[in-house]
Design a protein around this ligand. Structure first.
Ligand SMILES: CC(C)(COP(=O)(O)OP(=O)(O)OC[C@H]1O[C@@H](n2cnc3c(N)ncnc32)[C@H](O)[C@@H]1OP(=O)(O)O)[C@@H](O)C(=O)NCCC(=O)NCCS
Length: 164
């Protein structure tokens, strides 16, 4: 079954705080088999002014998902470098909401496009991005630690997202 109970959809999306670090480490370890961000990288992501980090917090306060967007000075591109949801909360719309939150954050920061790389064999994530309006713009061979290929996607943010 893919649909979660309605309560999951009521999760709050908010900026990540340092107190969220243990939850982010747990999500990362549960969600990815390779190419994991370690605690130090996740702490950096939370603290960095050029990485926009958002978390999904369930009504009971538990942080069950996160997304990161990297922005660079002088570039209109934001890079969605990671999105993950705890396996027990999959299928409830949080992945989509986190991607939308990443787009809104990038738009607020003045970025007009978002790019990302996803494993070619990650059907769930590819479907999420494609249904959210991302176009495949390149294949990047040997991108991941295990030699797996990535597909690069890009989306131009709409006027609404950019103005939010
Ligand atoms: C990818 C991921 C973030 C999706 O999170 P989620 O909360 O389960 O996704 P949602 O419930 O918001 O689903 C959004 C869309 O994604 C797609 N999708 C999600 N899970 C899917 C699955 N198992 N099979 C096919 N499509 C799937 C669908 O298009 C879905 O839309 P729909 O429900 O209207 O069909 C989650 O599977 C995850 O954390 N995976 C491990 C980490 C990862 O691979 N991250 C992406 C790295 S680039």
């Amino acid at each position: 079954m893919r649909r979660g109970p309605p309560a999951r959809a009521e999760a709050e999306i908010r900026p990540a705080a340092l107190e969220d670090l243990p939850a982010l480490v747990a999500i990362e370890n549960a969600a990815f088999a390779t190419d994991r961000l370690d605690r130090r990288a996740l702490r950096h992501a939370i603290n960095s002014p050029t990485i926009l980090a958002r978390v999904a917090a369930a009504p009971d306060g538990a942080v069950v998902g996160y997304v990161l967007v990297q922005i660079r000075r002088g570039s209109d591109l934001g890079w969605l470098t990671s999105v993950a949801v705890m396996p027990g909360s999959h299928g409830g719309g949080l992945g989509r909401r986190l991607v939308e939150a990443a787009e809104a954050a990038a738009g607020e920061a003045g970025r007009t496009r978002i790019r990302l790389e996803v494993r070619a064999d990650n059907a769930a994530a590819r479907r999420l991005y494609e249904s959210a309006g991302y176009d495949r713009i390149a294949v990047v061979p040997d991108y991941y630690e295990d030699g797996g290929a990535a597909w690069r996607y890009e989306k131009t943010l709409g006027a609404r997202a950019a103005a939010r």
